[in-house]
Ligand binder design. Sequence first.
Ligand code: BV8
Ligand code: ZN
Length: 239
Amino acid sequence: MQISDELKEKFQTARSVCVLTGAGISAESGVPTFRGGGNSTVWKGMPFDQISSASMVRENLAEVWEWFDYRRGVLKDCEPNAAHFTLAKWQDRFAGFTLVTQNIDGLHTAAGSRDVIELHGNIQRAYCTNCEKRFDIRGKIPHVPEICDDCGANLRADVVLFGEMLPPGAFEKAEKAARNCDLFFVVGTSALVYPAAGLAEIAKRNGAFLVEINPEETPMSGFCDFSIRMKAGRILPAF
Ligand code: BV8
Ligand code: ZN
């Protein structure tokens, strides 16, 4: 198992821990990732950062909904895996613990994690394009209601698309945790999407010990203190 004595000691003595996760942590639950592992996501010939974009919502909301309803259908049969459950247990293991995710699948909360910072929103919620009223659409495929029951405008997924701002306060909360932690884990992300990927750099600059868990090399691997080439579901439970 690739946990050195030095890393074990860091883990056992850590006062505050911050974890950033990406699609890779849900891969073993059967949720397709976007990049790494060779299966980049394309929808009707469009790369996912084109269909999942602010301009696409303006141009063709129905198409974006078709893409999201399809993904919600895939998610219906996906359960949290050992990696999600382990992080849920870490919540009460340290004086300070913050879980930040780029994922929109809700699997961390389903595994029992509390106060998860969902930087990119949640695919099981929708909001009104006019009055921003929020709706829980969990289990409703296709998404119903389709229009707002207050003002009749179209709903859209409560998900941050490329070219859109993150939920107000979410990044600031994550950045504060990254600045103040002594151990920062980056799990299952290709570290390409900003501002999320920048959290690891902020943690490192403020003295945190940086641990990456990813079966593949990423642009972040080089400046991590430890970069463990393993699947999250295998190595996290071993801490
Ligand atoms: C923003 C929701 C300010 C949607 C997502 C030009 C114009 C506008 C913006 C930009 C621009 N150029 C750059 C930007 C910024 C842009 C960006 O970063 N682009 C990148 C791609 C260059 N960012 C934004 O637009 C952000 N907003 O900047 O606001 C602003 C506002 C207006 C104008 C300008 C600026 C918003 C970004 C959020 C986009 N939404 N998701 C949806 O899901 O459809 S991002 C999307 O990618 C997902 O959320 C995903 O989480 C994220 C990152 O992907 P990963 O999670 O890393 O997943 P990936 O598949 O890539 O990698 C999986 C990894 O897991 C691999 O490394 C693999 O090896 C590993 N793995 C596989 N199996 C396992 C494993 N690891 C462990 N265990 C395993 N078993
Ligand atoms: Zn409305």
